[in-house]
Design a protein around this ligand. Structure first.
Ligand SMILES: C[S@@+](CC[C@H](N)C(=O)[O-])C[C@H]1O[C@@H](n2cnc3c(N)ncnc32)[C@H](O)[C@@H]1O
Length: 321
């Protein structure tokens, strides 16, 4: 990939496996793939290069990602439709592009390398920056608003549910106490508050204590889980017979939602005891992965950011009557 070195060392995660899994669905004369997390266009570029008649619909809520990928994918401009939108609106995006039946869908969830690496975007606890964390810089809600306006109960719920933070009530109550003195507006101040809220004995283990709080805020600010809950079923519904979906997730909440959405469609829902299975209850999909697949050691050595990746994939084997 040409931009590996140029753009924060960005390397598409599990690229070969993604191509291998989507490949069998893309052998028709004019396949259509939706990349619901276009980012820097790394996966998309590889798909467009590998399949000369492929049409790619790329969606990202980050205007920077759309600009960057528009330039990167310019050699394929006639075969790409790039849309600034949340994947939560995937069904609408497909309707607007007039391509409601798709052969492949790719979800490479989470944040992109530039979102993490550009300090001013406020995603990273390792830089001091305004508390922002918006993937879509045109949306209103920022991490600063969440931290300074949510109640203790709401903050506790977010930290516990989205950050799996054991000390959620302690972190939430220190945030409330500190913000009463002065609004919390920087990543550094928030990271310091989290560190002070975590018991010293725990602080010595398990990496930076701010990691879980920052993940939780990011998920809240960008409504990441509700977007996935809307987008993945919409993509599955749009897949033609033989169409395939690949999902790369980066934390257990995303992976759990993915697993639930896929297994719900790969199960036979016939009531027990029926003499003949009813077509309406037959599974619409089959899983292509056994459990979640992980990146190889070799990939991890090359790209440490792939460390938390979990890949699941499925194929449509039956259409609704
Ligand atoms: C890990 S990056 C994708 C990288 C990409 N596969 C590549 O090879 O360059 C994830 C991207 O998904 C975008 N994103 C996250 N949630 C989104 C959503 N709900 N709708 C649209 N884009 C989203 C982020 O803005 C980010 O650019």
């Amino acid at each position: 990939m040409s931009d590996d070195a140029g753009i924060g060392g960005h390397v598409p995660v599990m690229l070969e496996r993604v191509l291998e899994l989507l490949g069998p669905a893309l052998s028709g004369p004019a396949p259509v793939v939706v990349d619901a997390n276009l980012g820097l266009g790394g996966h998309s570029e590889a798909l467009l290069a590998a399949y000369p008649s492929l049409h790619l619909i790329g969606i990202d809520r980050d205007p920077f990602a759309i600009d960057f990928s528009t330039r990167r994918l310019a050699p394929y401009a006639e075969r790409t439709t790039l849309v600034h939108a949340s994947s939560a609106d995937l069904a609408d995006v497909l309707a607007r592009t007039g391509r409601t039946a798709i052969d492949g869908a790719l979800f490479d969830l989470g944040v992109s390398s530039p979102q993490l690496d550009e300090a001013e975007r406020g995603f990273a606890y390792s830089y001091d920056a305004p508390l922002d964390m918006r993937m879509d810089t045109s949306q209103e809600l920022t991490a600063e608003q969440v931290v300074n306006t949510y109640s203790a109960a709401e903050l506790t719920r977010i930290l516990r549910d989205y950050g799996e933070e054991r000390f959620a009530p302690r972190v939430a109550s220190l945030i409330i106490k500190e913000r009463a003195k002065e609004a919390i507006t920087s990543t550094k101040r928030l990271a310091d508050i989290v560190r002070d809220a975590i018991p010293a004995a725990t602080r010595r283990t398990g990496g930076n204590p701010a990691k879980r709080t920052f993940q939780a805020l990011r998920i809240e600010v960008n409504a990441e889980l509700s977007a996935l809950e809307a987008a993945l079923p919409a993509a599955l519904d749009a897949l033609v017979l033989g169409g395939r979906v690949v999902v790369l997730s980066y934390h257990s909440l995303e992976d759990r939602l993915t697993k639930q959405a896929l297994t719900a469609r790969t199960r036979d829902t016939s009531p027990p005891g029926l003499p003949v299975p009813l077509p309406a209850h037959q599974p619409r999909f089959r899983l292509l992965t056994r459990g979640a697949e992980l990146p190889s050691d070799e990939e991890l050595a090359r790209n440490p950011r792939a460390a938390s990746a979990r890949l699941r994939a499925a194929e449509r084997i039956r259409v609704d009557d």
